[in-house]
Design a protein around this ligand. Structure first.
Ligand code: NAD
Length: 519
């Protein structure tokens, strides 16, 4: 089917512009403004996680194709960097409109490939859309700084200038939001971009690329390659790539951070998590239990900000049976089925890994209060489903506590005091997000100040910042010193100009070149 971008996309499966229309669709590359079929002889199957049927194939991009993509980014960079910031802003303004018009279609593609419910998939696109909207405020974000009379007859100006070719490597769990954390902000600042989506869920990125092109982004500003390790190594090593945005697991992230940094690139890496929700006995019980259930099991726990660990303090321990009752009421089904609260895990291997971690809890002395391992979903018997699972009596030395589970599993610890809870949170290697549930302002303040975690919610279970702030993380959840979106994103400061006896700063470029001292 033909993609109708100016009105609405009508396809419910792969649109033909960026995918072939053979019996099993193949995902195309996007090189220099064209969606092209890869000549690779190595392909990876894409499965629908609710059925495990093969729904498409994605190529392991060849070296020659990756070279072509980089050459396109590099060739386009000078003209794009020189395009006025207002023109770049206009592209993004059109882009946010097209994403809004096509939000439901992008969401359907996410549910097909990733498995999450349609409501969660729409949220995935919506959170990415907010970053695109934020990118539209580039005219304020890119303002530099000046200080007159820094010494006699001398002023200093700093400009925020684009770096060049940047690249993004994305995970499977937010197929729209995370690519949209990456390329729109980099590109509105004047960089060109090479994107490598997750090989398990490339569809949303392809559709977003088509919409970006239809927003007026010039050919070559955005290029897309596919694959796994070879593509990642290529990005880490290529001298023309100046910066890498990575989101994903620690195993990949540490490697990419180290290898990319070794090649002199600026690397931002947001990685794994073990997010704690601390429940104080003075919390609003009704609200807290509902929030815990949603944050632990929503999106089948495949969120980096999932609240996967509860610490019940003092009398709050008594709320455990009610927590279990609420979790039992969640409906597990294919993501496109009405009423589904959570869908399947991404692969059979992910399901096996999650079940093994639940098994480890039993072996190591924890209690399984709610067990989702044996769940059967009618009509989807081959899907990768795990039902909501609650493990109690968990101790910090247990495997199910130490590992990021990334499934619909809540591990529960108990303490007598807030101080003990804070110690547990700070002793855990990860520091992505956390929440405290309390009605006491002093308790909330103490917790938020003492925990070493990037994003802290007070009675807010998934404290993901809106894009005018930055997404962050601490300790093992984060490498690098730059953040996604927010003001941080424009910290691409390359040059500071010191100007002496230089009055007419609004010169044309040529005359300014003559007058500027060497930077
Ligand atoms: P992943 O690390 O397996 O994959 C991420 C990307 O890295 C993919 O594009 C993949 O092709 C590539 N990759 C995978 N293994 C690699 C390797 N060994 N060498 C080089 N490249 C490799 O992650 P995932 O399973 O797709 O995503 C889930 C993980 O992402 C979880 O750990 C989750 O917490 C994390 N995550 C973190 C954030 C955050 O902001 N902190 C957000 C979303 C997801």
């Amino acid at each position: 089917r033909i993609l109708q971008v100016s009105s609405r996309v009508n396809s419910t499966r792969y649109p033909s512009s960026s995918f072939s229309s053979s019996s099993v669709s193949t995902v195309k590359l996007f090189i220099n403004g064209k969606f092209v079929e890869s000549g690779s002889d190595k392909w990876i199957d894409i499965h629908n996680p609710a059925t495990n049927e093969v729904i498409g194939r994605v190529p392991q991009t060849t070296k020659a194709e990756m070279d072509a993509a980089i050459a396109s980014c590099k060739h386009t960079f000078p003209a794009w960097a020189d395009t006025s910031v207002l023109s770049r802003q206009q592209v993004l303004l059109r882009y946010q409109q097209l994403i809004k018009e096509n939000l439901k279609e992008i969401a359907k593609l996410i549910t097909l490939e990733q498995g999450k419910t349609l409501a969660d998939a729409e949220g995935d696109v919506f959170r990415g859309l907010q970053v695109v909207e934020h990118a539209c405020s580039v005219t304020s974000l890119l303002l530099g700084e000046t200080m007159p009379s820094i010494t006699k007859d001398m002023d200093i100006y700093s400009y925020r200038l684009p770096l060049g070719v940047c690249a993004g490597i994305a995970p499977f769990n937010f197929p729209a939001m995370i690519p949209l954390w990456m390329f729109p902000m980099a590109m509105v600042c004047g960089n060109t971009f090479l994107m490598k989506p997750s090989e398990r869920v490339p569809g949303a990125t392809m559709l977003l690329a088509k919409l970006f092109q239809d927003s007026g982004a010039p050919d070559g500003t955005l290029n897309i390659i596919h694959g796994q390790h070879e593509a990642v190594n290529y990005i880490c090593d290529h001298p023309d790539i100046k910066a890498i945005s990575f989101v994903g697991s620690n195993q990949a992230g540490e490697y990419i951070f180290e290898r990319g940094s070794r090649h002199g690139k600026r690397v931002q890496a947001n990685m794994g998590a073990k997010n704690h929700g601390v429940v104080m006995p003075d919390a609003n019980k009704e609200n807290t239990l509902n929030q815990l259930v949603g944050a632990a099991f929503g999106a089948a726990g495949q969120r980096c900000m999932a609240l996967s660990t509860a610490i019940l303090v003092g009398e709050a321990k008594k709320w455990l049976p009610e927590l279990v009752e609420r979790a039992k009421n969640l409906r597990v089904n294919a993501g496109d089925q009405p009423g589904a609260d959570l869908g399947p895990l991404i692969t059979p291997q992910a399901k096996e890994r999650v079940c093994n971690l639940i098994d480890s809890g039993t072996r190591e002395g924890a209690s399984i209060l709610l067990d989702g391992r044996k769940i059967k979903v009618k009509g989807y018997e081959n899907g990768n489903f795990v039902g909501p699972t609650i493990i109690s009596n968990v101790k910090p030395n247990m495997t199910c506590y130490k590992e990021e589970i990334f499934g619909p599993v809540l591990v529960v610890l108990e303490t007598d005091t807030l101080d003990e809870a804070i110690k547990i949170v700070n002793d855990n290697p990860y520091g992505n997000g956390t929440a405290i549930f309390t009605t006491n302002g002093a308790t909330a303040r103490k917790y938020s100040h003492l925990v070493d975690v990037g994003q802290v919610g007070v009675n807010v279970p998934i404290p993901v910042p809106l894009p005018m702030f930055s997404f962050t993380g601490s300790r093992a959840s984060f490498r690098g010193d730059t953040n996604f979106y927010g003001k941080q994103v424009t910290l691409s400061l390359k040059k500071i100009f010191s100007l002496r006896n230089f009055l007419n700063i609004f010169r044309s470029k040529d005359s300014a070149k003559k007058a500027l001292p060497a930077a």
